[in-house]
Ligand binder design. Sequence first.
Ligand code: SF4
Length: 539
Amino acid sequence: MQLSKFLKRNDSARANEPHNVGVPIVLTASVIEMSDFNLNPFIAFTGGFPSKIVPMKILRKYWYPITPSNDDGSAVFAPYGLRKIEAELIEEFGEENVVTCTPHNLGKFVGRETKAVGISTMDPLGIGFVSRTYTSLVGFGSEPIAGAEFRNLMKCPIWKKYKPNIIVGGSGAWQIVKGGMQKEYGIDTVVMGESDCDAVNIFKKVINEEPLPKIIKTKKPMLEKIPMIKKPALFGVVEITRGCGKGCQFCSPTMRKFYSFPMEKIKKEAKLNARAGSKMVTFQTDDIFLYKHRERFVPNREAIVKLVNTIGKIEGVEYLQPAHAALSPVVYDTKMIEEIAPMLVEKGRWECHGRKVASVEVGIETGSVRLMEKYMRGKALPMDTKDWPEIVVQAVGILNDNDICPLATLVVGLPEEREEDTIATMELVDDLWGSEIFFVPLFFTSEEECLLNNARQADLHQLTDLRWDFFAKCWSHNIKTWAPEDQGKIAVGSMLLYMLYYRWKHGAKVARPIMRLADFPKPLLMARSGTQNPHHKSA
Ligand code: SF4
């Protein structure tokens, strides 16, 4: 079928039969990936927790309520990556032939004329860093929530009824190939890599009824080919940088070509999100300090201060949230932190010990200089790797002094990790004791698109007593620092259940760290009161 003929026929057909004809190209994502977690990006990681603890019905209602729909059934907000693809497809095929909707509304848009369904996913099988770690730690042998929701989407009966071509992409698409689930889930094509340059051609082939390979590895896009979104993104996401270039061997973003996006583009996307009712703008970046960086990753203070202040002042932006930040630039240019902190705190979504604060995710990963030199030689740039533990302590101190409370990942079980490395990381956690920081210890996971993609992954069975102690230490810190004294009774009950379960399943050794927890941490950074469901001004 030729494209022009197809579009013409569809326009007139749909005018008379809006619901059973279908839209030629439908884009969607699983229920959990279509939620903004009540505008709390930091608890989105709980999608990696086991699915059989709390009934999914309750989670869907309270924990990850789905994004609302417009009158025609299309999604008000959608994942940023999906919005990028949507923008390209609209440009090529016209707005009337492309729709993005939640799984709840597939029945409105998938019909006999639907040729292709594009599904974006970040963690379809629940085998990313967070999912692998916390599903195996708190167990019950069930798959992670993110995996269970993706399964629900793929088992939707509408696929069998209308048999559209199903194309799955997104940062977690590799999991489907690695996990051998393509056939089981009836996926025609898995797209791995950035799709900015390839999406149109892929969908064009489907529409022209040309065969597509089962797996497509995409080309790296050029900056000018990366489209701007046309419709609002969940969390008000706007991409400020892509890639990194520091070369950590467990990291997939570093495999992408590095770009800083032009200010005008960032401003337009932020305004689009704000106008649509998103109270939050999230800077999508692997490190905000990479934005227009200078040689050897020296931060560009002027550009960063201008970026934060310009976007923070856009009408309607109540919360400004950088996704990630590196620690070395904080020490390298403390003045830069002092200059951006007032806006980040004013636009902070979080509250800590009764005061308004900002937050950002940072990567500590290890306290071992040996492991840093082996796997993360560039991470400390523009400073020196050998000073890493001191850099971390100083940076966290500077951030706290400026009312920024970071959430920090640490990686356990890197290949050839020795006991001395674990001890070094535990010492670093000791040095940070009392700081306003939330630790997220994770098992090393060999993601497809990273230099260590063939390395053996860490798992529960490799957890020596020392590593158990390390996990327990991190979570004890979190509870001591963050658990409110008068909250969490229900959560405490859950923890007791875990404890009993683990004692039964693995014996006292496994129960020990959980027993130390004594209480369950409430989300580190409590959303400020009066901001429930704040994504929508009308709510
Ligand atoms: S510094 Fe962060 S984003 Fe950059 S390569 Fe290392 S882990 Fe990846």
